[in-house]
Design a protein around this ligand. Structure first.
Ligand code: ADP
Ligand code: UDP
Length: 237
């Protein structure tokens, strides 16, 4: 499949058209952003590390029967995906309290959430990705009720599969964000799953091994991503 013109340059990935209108190429860049794009830095190797990480996870999810956009890893930092009509909503599941939930409700970081919570955020950097609910998403025409129910169901399924995968590597999956889109009338998992969009802690030491290392200037960001990758079995080059 031939890479054609740049369709969209996001904060971390560039999206290219291909000669087949059903497929896109995502290029994972080294750009790393936080606080809705207000802070951006280049972290060497991040594009490759996240591309490999994402390819591994997407294949695990497909093996578990979850339909994803992943088609084929094309190079160290590029992947071929199905072209989805993206739903502008971020689906977040939390197994333990962290981040915006701690800030919003004054919880203690690390408090177990049983059962895991499910939240929706409107994907809009200018507005700071505000929290929304299903009613708003339907009324504003972002998705219908059935699609939202399917997104919630799939997000919980992803949680079940990945909690076990990370647990086997001595890691806690604290929370994560997914994006879905529509492909020929079906809800399909899109975007990426990498340490940029989830929180992962060491089970014993509770050391943060995800993008919070960047957000909180803890250092060794990519080293932590690589450690997680090796502990869950992501093949290195
Ligand atoms: P952002 O838009 O948050 O800056 P990225 O830099 O990751 O994020 O850009 C990737 C963009 O591509 C996002 O807007 C995402 O919603 C979109 N996207 C991801 N997967 C697909 C897909 N399969 N089809 C169409 N768009 C996609
Ligand atoms: N997240 C993300 N992109 C966003 C917002 C959140 O990938 O635009 C991820 C984030 O990395 C975390 C989870 O979603 O794993 C929950 O994020 P939270 O609501 O706690 O927000 P944050 O603290 O990141 O502002």
């Amino acid at each position: 499949m031939q890479k054609q013109q740049l369709l969209y340059k996001g904060k971390a990935k560039s999206v290219y058209e291909t000669d087949d209108s059903d497929f896109l190429i995502l290029h994972f860049r080294d750009d790393t952003s936080a606080f809705d794009g207000k802070r951006v830095e280049q972290l060497a190797r991040k594009g490759e590390v996240n591309n490999r990480f994402n390819a591994f996870i997407m294949q695990k999810l497909a093996e578990a029967g979850i339909e994803t956009h992943f088609e084929k890893q094309l190079s160290n930092d590029e992947v071929l995906v199905k072209r989805l009509d993206m739903i502008p909503v971020e689906c977040v599941v939390r197994n333990f309290a962290a981040g915006s939930l701690v800030r919003r409700l004054g919880l203690e970081e690390g408090q177990a959430l049983t059962p895991p919570t499910f939240e929706l955020f409107y994907k809009d950097d200018a507005l700071g990705d505000p929290m929304v609910n299903e009613s708003l998403a339907v009324s504003l025409g972002w998705a219908n009720k059935e699609q939202l129910a399917q997104m919630q169901k799939l997000t919980y399924q992803v949680n079940d599969v990945l909690k076990a995968l990370f647990d086997a590597g001595g890691l806690m999956l604290v929370d994560f964000k997914l994006e879905f889109g529509v492909f020929h009338d079906r809800i399909v998992l899109g975007d990426e799953f990498s340490p940029d969009g989830c929180r992962i802690w060491d089970k014993n030491t509770k050391k943060k091994l995800d993008k919070d290392r960047f957000r909180q200037s803890l250092g060794d960001v990519i080293e932590a991503y690589e450690e997680v990758a090796s502990r869950i079995g992501v093949p290195s080059n």
